[in-house]
Design a protein. Structure first.
Length: 374
């Protein structure tokens, strides 16, 4: 299948948190074509999602002046600024990308979510010679496929990951950083296999605080919320661990799974030697400059005069997005539930149900400041 170009007639995404989809746009095929080689070297054309029905990859073209690294969430900026859309068959895309150079210095950021990963991305992006991108959603969509038992299928995912990483890491930066949504940690080992020279870093936060922050985004009372079949199926795409808990799951099981899934995946993988280590939100906000220095050093990047980053740690890293602090209106009923001692007790019952290793004061192996030891 050749490259097919489309003009955008309308934008129709209704949920700002939804995973990117070709259905986000009303498209009309455009007669103007473009060669694959030309498309792949254009820095303002980037992967957006997989077209599951057309079995191709979807790329969006942005105005040349739009810098995706300047936005809290890349998928949101792509949707907002896209002026054209292109689709290419996966075989053609992979074949064309084989000749693209492998990026030399890459850091892959995985996390539990709600733990300062956007803040760290913003701080790293402010360092000369570093380009950090936050949440390219094509990786989210691919990771929602879950663990892949078939070796040939797994290898196909690794190949596609490699080529998408090549496109997002184009340029001459000293360091390219990609931060992912939390579910992508399910495929952290596939991404590491795609770019064996890349470093991986895991960010996490006290589980209770993550659950509270996540519940505020959901803006729904937790009391009596038993997930119906559809809710369980949809949420299991973002947290596959939920599907292992049986047919009866409630809001506390959901909140616990969202944190526990990435944590357990990191615990399973951290001894492979592909991880720079783990970083706690609490350390990031307490010693932001020190954390940035250590992360850069771990990636072989020397940076001077980081004092200018102080102002980064004093601002809302998600300002201008759907998750900006100033845009949130507290829900009195939900806030009462979150401050009730029963909330923590029910949450920890769910954690105990998932894995006995999970506990409230958990510090993961390889956690900063010791992740450069040895």
């Amino acid at each position: 299948m050749p490259v097919i170009a489309y003009r955008i007639e309308a934008r129709r995404r209704t949920d700002p948190l939804a995973t990117a989809s070709i259905n986000d746009f009303l498209l009309v095929q455009d007669g103007e074509g473009i060669a694959i080689d030309t498309l792949l070297i254009a820095p303002h054309i980037t992967p957006y999602c997989i077209d599951l029905f057309g079995k191709g990859i979807v790329l969006v073209e942005l105005p040349a002046e739009v810098d995706l690294s300047a936005y809290p969430f890349l998928y949101e900026a792509q949707y907002r600024f896209a002026k054209r859309v292109y689709t290419i068959g996966l075989d053609e895309f992979n074949a064309a990308c084989e000749t693209l150079p492998m990026p030399a210095h890459v850091l892959l950021l995985h996390s539990t979510g709600r733990c300062g990963s956007t803040l760290l991305t913003k701080a790293l992006n402010a360092v000369n010679g570093v380009r950090a991108l936050s949440e390219p959603d094509i990786f989210t969509q691919l990771a929602m496929s879950g663990r892949l038992e078939n070796g040939a299928t797994r290898d196909a995912f690794v190949r596609l990951y490699r080529h998408c990483l090549k496109l997002f890491c184009r340029g001459s930066e000293n360091l390219s950083v990609l931060k992912f949504r939390s579910v992508v940690c399910e495929h952290a080992d596939y991404l590491a296999a795609a770019l064996p020279a890349a470093k991986s870093l895991f960010l996490y936060r006290n589980a209770l605080d993550v659950a509270i922050s996540t519940a505020r985004i959901m803006r729904r009372s937790l009391s009596g919320w038993q997930l119906n079949e559809r809710e369980r199926r949809v949420w299991s795409l973002l947290t596959p661990l939920l599907a292992t808990l049986g047919p009866m799951v409630d809001a506390y099981d959901l909140l616990a799974s969202l944190w526990a899934g990435p944590v357990l995946r990191y615990l399973h993988q951290h001894e492979t030697g592909r991880w720079l280590g783990a970083l706690r939100y609490e350390e990031l906000v307490h010693n932001g400059l020190g954390v940035v220095r250590v992360v850069l050093a771990g990636c072989g990047v020397h940076a001077d005069n980081l004092r200018a980053l102080d102002r980064v740690f004093e601002t809302d890293s998600q300002a201008g997005s759907h998750l900006a602090i100033h845009g949130r209106v507290p829900d009195p009923l939900l806030e009462a539930e979150l401050t009730d001692p029963q909330f923590a007790r029910r949450l920890w019952r769910s954690f105990a149900r998932i894995d006995p290793r999970l506990h409230q004061a958990m510090i993961l192996p390889g956690t900063f400041p010791n992740f450069l030891a040895g």
